[in-house]
Write a protein that binds this ligand. Structure first.
Ligand SMILES: Cc1cc2nc3c(=O)[nH]c(=O)nc-3n(C[C@H](O)[C@H](O)[C@H](O)COP(=O)(O)O)c2cc1C
Length: 211
């Protein structure tokens, strides 16, 4: 059985193309593997708090000093880490907002980046502890960043890829849904191209799980 963790983060609700393409991908996996389960984390509908002094006290302070709020934040962080560790496949839907990820997705990473649980520092520097995951990130953007003059201003893809790698997740495929602000034809082209890639990724994931 495949456990899928679906993390969505667009503030655009039903209009979100990153979520739609991610849902197409997940439906494709489930079509090939009907036993696959999905845990959904909708960060727009149910946003996480920003990292603050309470959270730092919860993570770095001794349990006996925790306030009820700190205990709640630590339990929430533990739950989010548990969801990541339990997943075989992690699908992240990310909208580009002001050239990078939404603050809600940043908070999710802040809550799952936990020393001793998802990474540690050893003699050779940092080591990611989240191993053996297949990760697909669907990134929707208004412009074109895969090539051309705006490529160097894509602060979404490099950061997500680096952060996943820092935590140990190196089997990462990124599907772009580009050109969403460049008129209906270019937007539709971006969705079609991404959909084709999502269907192929679903077949590859289901095939690998079955093998
Ligand atoms: C507040 C806001 C800021 C945005 N900033 C950017 C941006 O910096 N660069 C860009 O290419 N598109 C930007 N866009 C366009 C979105 O990336 C585009 O609508 C994309 O489809 C959003 O993902 P979604 O369809 O999953 O919601 C922005 C959209 C909004 C609403």
């Amino acid at each position: 059985m495949t456990n899928i963790l679906f993390v969505s983060s667009s503030p655009r609700g039903a209009a979100s193309q990153s979520s739609k393409v991610a849902e197409l991908l997940i439906a494709g996996i489930q079509a090939e593997d009907p036993t696959a389960t999905v845990t959904k984390r909708d960060l727009a509908a149910d946003p996480l708090p920003h990292l603050d002094g309470n959270f730092l006290g919860a993570v770095f302070g001794p349990a006996e000093t925790h306030t009820p709020e700190q205990a709640r934040l630590l339990a929430l962080s533990d739950q989010l880490v548990d969801e990541v560790l339990a997943a075989d496949v992690i699908v992240i839907a990310s909208a580009m907002i002001n050239f990078t990820v939404t603050s809600t997705l940043k908070s999710w990473f802040d809550f799952i980046a936990r020393g001793g649980r998802t990474f540690r520092y050893g003699e050779n520097g940092p080591e990611g502890l989240v191993k053996g995951k297949r990760v697909v990130v669907v990134e929707a953007k208004g412009g074109i960043y895969s090539d051309g003059p705006m490529k160097i201003h894509d602060y979404q893809q490099p950061w997500i890829r680096f952060m996943l790698g820092f935590l140990g997740m190196t089997d990462v495929e990124i599907i772009h849904v580009e050109g969403q602000a460049l008129g209906p034809d270019r937007a539709a082209q971006g969705v079609t191209e991404a959909g084709t890639r999502a269907e192929a990724a679903a077949r590859a994931i289901a095939g690998r799980v079955a093998a």
